[in-house]
Ligand binder design. Sequence first.
Ligand code: ADP
Ligand code: MG
Length: 351
Amino acid sequence: MMSKAGYKNLSNLGEFGFIDRIAARVSGGPGVITGIGDDAAVTALTPGMQLLTSTDMLLEDVHFRRSWHDPYHLGRKSLAVSISDIAAMGGIPRWSLLSLAIPSDLPLDFLDEFIRGYLAMATEQGVALIGGDTCSSRSGLVISVTIMGEQLPDLILRRSGAAPGDDIWVTDTLGDAALGLKLLEGGLDSAQPPNIAQKPDCPLIGVEGLLSRLLDPTPRTVAGQALAGSGLVSAMIDISDGVLADYGHIARLSAVGGSINLEALPLSPAFCSAAAGFDSFPYQLALSGGEDYELCFTSPPRYRENIADLLKKCGVDGTPVGIVTSSPEVKVFLADGAEFAHKTEGFTHFA
Ligand code: ADP
Ligand code: MG
């Protein structure tokens, strides 16, 4: 299909035509002095704050499939997963760079929808798109997003800092995205992606709810900043590779261990009903499935009520799921005290 301007893909429009097309849809933002169009963007940090920077790549057929991820939600998700890293430090996301390697036959309509989704997430999260890079790809779409944020030095939360005896917390529910992916892989009708953008306030139950967690994750920016500002949190990370693996990073950098209570892991009603169809109840997905983009953090038990109140004000549930220990390992236990023999530690590349 030809787009309105008569272009079909980038071999007609060209690199600079495409950049102009993006620039026309972008406005400035806090601290943006020079955005898209010069050799480098110029931004001003809020006085007293430090810069937080993170970058992520999304590769076609490694991180996403064009048959499952519609372009609008792929655009949203590309930015959301990067913002999640800023949220995990308690930072305020501000500026982003978007680099794309584009197969020359990718329809321009796909790219327009991708940019529309990216900029919708940017607007929702107060992030400005200030630059990027555009080139052609010989094998699939490659998306690279760099996100920058800021925060007062004393408020920045790191993976190090957890102390034995602290509670291990997670936000919202775990495993939904991983179960959604499992259902897609099992041949769920992928021709009908859920209509999730139109009704953000309506809680979805059933398969649509799981798919929306996979295709349209919400970065926990508000909760991350509130936790950082509270002074009640000792360490924090976002859960992208499963709570077991990601808490494992807190444990390693804090030189502690942990004991996770498997049955305390928060599961959504959609997860429980869809999981009931499987032979063994897939707690494994809540423990080690990827792409939750929730926060995992540690805090002394005396703050339990304060943390619960604070998260409630941020509109997100929080659940204590374990305890930081002084022994170096991270173990998972069942309610009867038996150790749970988990299969893997979460997704890793090259495995
Ligand atoms: P250079 O040759 O100096 O690398 P480019 O021609 O790549 O410059 O980019 C021109 C301008 O367009 C720069 O401001 C760059 O940041 C911006 N830009 C390029 N690609 C993108 C993109 N995909 N999204 C947003 N801005 C982009
Ligand atoms: Mg360039």
